[in-house]
Design a protein around this ligand. Structure first.
Ligand code: SF4
Length: 618
């Protein structure tokens, strides 16, 4: 791992580690699917010991993929596992600390005494790893920072970085460098900022350039989980960071592998020969904190408006009211009414096809300039103008004009024209193999030239599966949105799974980047050997009852040991607290303990009702 090696793919077993045969069989399924490292939880000494039997069982069957022991809270299990498997993952938030959610005011000397205490607890493991040639991941989780770190740095990317560096300093003092680092969070924005900050700090403090393990925790399942993971992992891969990845889905672990492979495969071929991108001399975007690029508002685009979604129907011969169904607009013939869903796009680009029906009141129609001239008297109808034509000052809409350009088109004349035109919205595109970087460069050009034109990020894809489209678009566009760049998305997709998939992909990217919330968010753990209930089934059950609660975040966690910490900023938590028992949380507070699991979903809904945020589904 690391250096010039390919990006390694890993996943984690979900079965009880004491089930030796089950663990071996699940590991084999993962390895056969392409998993290069297999992580297995070792919550106590007995599971750590059983890793030996699992490793031997795999070896007898001809499987030698490295095993990783996943440790929380139990140094004695780590010290045993480090003698038995190839790598040990420790969580610096709980290796030497128990979480009590206390705010403690440390003096510098008290803080230093704490670090000495950690050193004493951690040194034996480092020495064993050195002796046995065992690798270690120092894996910070945003949701399980120690009270000490929280008290000094807060719940921040800097706190996450410092949490790992405290342990890393001890390793380097002991001349142990066989290390990989991670900074996971269920919030892709926090995760991306933390990894970037980690790299900066490693550099500034002259640590070794350790490999990075990338992951978004508790990403959930289905397309949401895939898109959220791609936004976080993909953004960092685009930055050139990341040596091994794990996509955490609330699905079977072998289902994670093709997703991770699809993300990593985009970097198998070097991009060294991509079209040149002018070097940046002044970078005006803070990569460690979110600030939305300041833009003027044009109709409902830019300014404080949520990012808009523009669908592409330009390849269709005929567009009818029924065609808009896939874009979230459901027309009822008997009622002659539009039902507008939470994922109803804001604009449709029709090219030269003309809509001969009354359009819904929240939708704008966008035509190629020539066709627009024939339609311009219809309400909410706007032109799409290539930058070359725009420079010729053609007849324009008095309200909104979409101007299409790539980075190479953005010269001082065009910037001056865009700046002087209160009706202009720029739609950007790229043909560069390193497209995200080129589009980011375009934003830099606008910011450095004090151009506040709103920007719709456009990307074109063809001949992809629906899943590939989700992963690629989330990487390419999500990375820009996480940096506060972009006032809308325009995905032009040919043969990529259908109009509905494309439209929902755009909304899901906005949801994952938290720039526009259109549905309930589920923060569900991927499950592991600690899990106390069937996470997939329970997540599906909770989702089916609550997925109309727009903007609410529900954490669904398999165990009480790590669940409450890892569900991060969820509004409600559903956490396994014993066999057949669930503990419910409001934010970080326990509100109902040990509810029998058959009643727990109803109890969760009761809690949401009590808070007055429940709404009846349609
Ligand atoms: S929260 Fe889920 S994945 Fe994390 S330790 Fe508990 S059961 Fe395992």
């Amino acid at each position: 791992m690391g250096g010039d090696n390919p990006i390694r793919i890993q996943s984690m077993t979900t079965i009880d580690t004491m089930d030796t045969e089950g663990s071996i069989e699940q590991s084999i399924r993962m390895i056969e699917a392409g998993c290069e490292y297999v992580r297995i939880t070792a919550p106590s000494i007995k599971e750590a010991q059983n890793l030996e039997a699992i490793r031997k069982g795999l070896k007898i069957r001809g499987y030698t993929a490295p095993l990783i022991a996943d440790i929380h809270f139990t140094p004695n299990a780590a010290e045993l596992a480090a003698r038995l498997v190839q790598k040990v993952r420790i969580n610096p938030g709980n290796y030497a600390d128990k979480k009590r959610f206390e705010q403690i005011d440390y003096t510098d000397s008290a803080y230093a005494a704490e670090l000495d205490r950690i050193r004493d607890k951690f040194t034996p493991l480092v020495k064993i790893c050195k002796e046995y040639g065992t690798a270690m991941r120092i894996g910070t989780n945003h949701g399980s920072l120690s009270d000490r770190i929280m008290s000094r740095y807060g719940d921040t990317p800097l706190g996450m970085v410092e949490s790992a560096l405290e342990f890393l300093r001890i390793c380097e003092d002991l001349d142990y460098y066989n290390i990989v680092l991670s900074m996971k969070s269920s919030n892709p924005q926090v995760m991306v900022q933390a990894y970037r900050l980690l790299v900066l700090k490693l550099d500034e403090e002259e640590f070794q350039p350790y490999p990075l393990h990338l992951g978004v925790t508790e990403a959930g399942d289905g397309e949401d989980g895939r898109i959220k993971s791609s936004v976080g992992i993909g953004t960092l891969l685009e930055d050139g960071l990341g040596d091994t990845i794990r996509v955490s889905l609330t699905e079977e672990p072998e289902a994670e592998v093709p997703v991770a492979q699809a993300l990593a495969s985009r970097y198998e071929r070097t991009r060294e020969n991509h079209d040149p991108i002018p070097e940046i001399t002044t970078y005006p975007v803070n990569p460690f904190a979110y600030t939305r690029r300041s833009t003027r508002e044009v109709v409902n685009i830019g300014g404080h408006q949520v990012p808009r979604v523009m669908a592409d129907f330009s390849a269709k011969d005929k567009v009818t009211a029924a065609s808009l169904f896939a874009l979230g607009y459901h027309y009822s013939v008997p009622l002659d009414k539009w039902n507008i869903t939470d994922m109803a796009c804001d604009y449709v680009f029709l090219g030269d096809s003309v809509a001969e029906f009354d359009i819904p009141g929240t939708l704008g129609m966008v035509y190629n300039h020539k066709t627009w001239l024939t339609q311009k008297d219809k309400p909410r109808t706007y032109p799409f103008i290539n930058h070359k034509d725009y420079r010729m000052m053609p007849a324009r809409s008095e309200a909104l004009n979409f101007v299409y350009a790539c980075l190479k088109d953005l010269d001082s004349q065009l910037i001056a024209m865009l700046n002087a035109d209160p009706t202009a919205v720029l739609v950007i595109d790229t043909y560069n193999a390193h497209g995200m970087a080129e589009q980011r460069r375009l934003f830099v050009e606008l910011i450095n030239n004090k151009c506040d034109v709103p920007v719709i990020i456009g990307r074109a894809y063809s001949n992809l599966t629906a899943e590939q489209l989700q992963l690629y678009a989330a990487t390419d566009m999500g990375g820009l949105l996480l940096d506060g760049l972009g006032d809308g998305l325009f995905i032009a997709a040919e043969n990529c799974g259908g109009d509905k998939v494309v439209n929902e992909t755009a909304f899901n990217i906005l949801q994952a980047t938290r720039t526009r919330i259109s549905k309930t968010e589920y923060i569900s753990c991927p499950s592991c050997g600690r899990t106390l209930f069937d996470l997939q089934e329970t997540t599906a059950k909770i989702r089916s009852r609550t997925n109309h609660l727009k903007g609410i975040k529900i954490g669904i966690m398999g165990c009480i040991v790590n669940g409450p910490g890892e569900m991060a900023d969820a509004d409600y938590g559903y956490v396994g607290s014993g066999p057949g028992r669930i503990t419910l949380y409001r934010g970080k507070d326990v509100v109902k303990r040990n509810v029998p699991s058959v009643q727990a979903v109803d109890a969760l809904i009761g809690l949401i009702r009590e808070d007055g945020v429940w709404i009846e589904p349609n």
